[in-house]
Design a protein around this ligand. Sequence first.
Ligand code: ATP
Length: 444
Amino acid sequence: MADTTFMDKLVSLAKRRGFVFQSSEIYGGLGSVWDYGPLGVELKRNVKERWWSAMVHARDDIEGLDAAILMHPRVWEASGHVAGFTDPMVDCRTCKARFRADKLQDAQCPQKPSKHPGEHSTCDLTEPRLFNLMFKTFIGPVEDSAAVVYLRPETAQGIYVNYQNVLNSSRQRVPFGIAQIGKAFRNEITPGNFIFRTREFEQMEMQFFVKPGTDVEWFERWRQWRWEWHLALGLTPGKLRWHEHGPGELAHYAKAAYDIEYEFPFGWNEIEGVHNRTDFDLGRHQEYSGKKLEYFDQAANERYLPYIVETSAGADRVTLTVLVDAYREEQVEGETRVVLGFHPALAPIKAGVFPLVKKDGMPETADRLYRGLRAGGIPSFYDDSGAIGRRYRRMDEAGTPFCLTVDGQTAEDGSVTARHRDAMTQERVALDQVGAFLRERIGP
Ligand code: ATP
């Protein structure tokens, strides 16, 4: 059974501390659309920046791209989304709720006691019908069908249609990749589990173009690299696993597909997919656009349509994974301490800066330290209200790895107390060494 209490606590902490708010909350909210608050936007940016840095900056065989959300409608015919991007949907004639026919075991009938849809004697489910997940909108003032465009349901297609532009404008040769981070939209039938499945989300996708015949080898390399990336976020290794798509699950275009799954409180679920897409995508765009998309391999003096190995992760899903993995409650001196134990590189605030008391020049020294850290690019938070223990707890809940307190000893020897979030140990650090102390521990 899903641990709903854990998720309730996390959602409430996320709101209280400014990580995630429900969209348009003052109007009652909009189903499965969420907004990131001051701390959430930093956390998600840190996730995206780590991805970009690993995929684009650290490698010389991948280029970045930022394609538009709106694309020519033929793109979605070529990709197979118009015909096939559907989920089977069933309605209940009794309670009017709607469910994904293939996920009934994960859904709850709104009637009490809680059961899966179809399990109450009064449940009356329709036959499954196919429902296209793409959002439609119109270009221009006339709402006729000629002007229908879609909000992209994945970022990958923007990469395929630009593959030759990138090749022609860069020094790349096959094998090479194109990486992109951007919004995608899916009119999910049963979204939910907070920011796990939403209707508007961000993807971090990379398409790697390889010579046919070398695809299996590249696929294995990419599986390994993506696994290591998730581990380097500090996720609990035992909560990650591979799920291989069996013959029944494999998408029509894929030769092999593996998902990296995380054990959420609501069960094991996909956070990233690694797919061997063969030459399906370029083949289809070549056919539908009438433009040759073959690659001329000068070294081998041959032409071919590259195969594509795709790595596709959700920025919101990875952010949720980081939040879930970081959340813990501990008993400390008879009180419950709630901690978000983020990897320091992901933490939205790196340091809390406090004057022990509001006198004896402590606020002035703390304020100077705080401004210096911010100016040096270290996101910090100044807090002089309440007992020091309470200030620590607030920073624990925000996932801040270090707290720096200006106290009586500071005026004597120019040092501050540095308190570590996880072990709660303290040490003295010289004021002029604080920046270096933090940088060393925050890491890249
Ligand atoms: P699912 O089976 O969960 O619907 P999918 O197999 O359709 O996912 P892909 O199309 O492979 O997912 O998308 C790649 C990644 O994009 C997923 O691993 C996930 O991290 C993210 N993603 C997909 N749909 C959503 C969504 N509705 N909300 C948030 N993230 C999503």
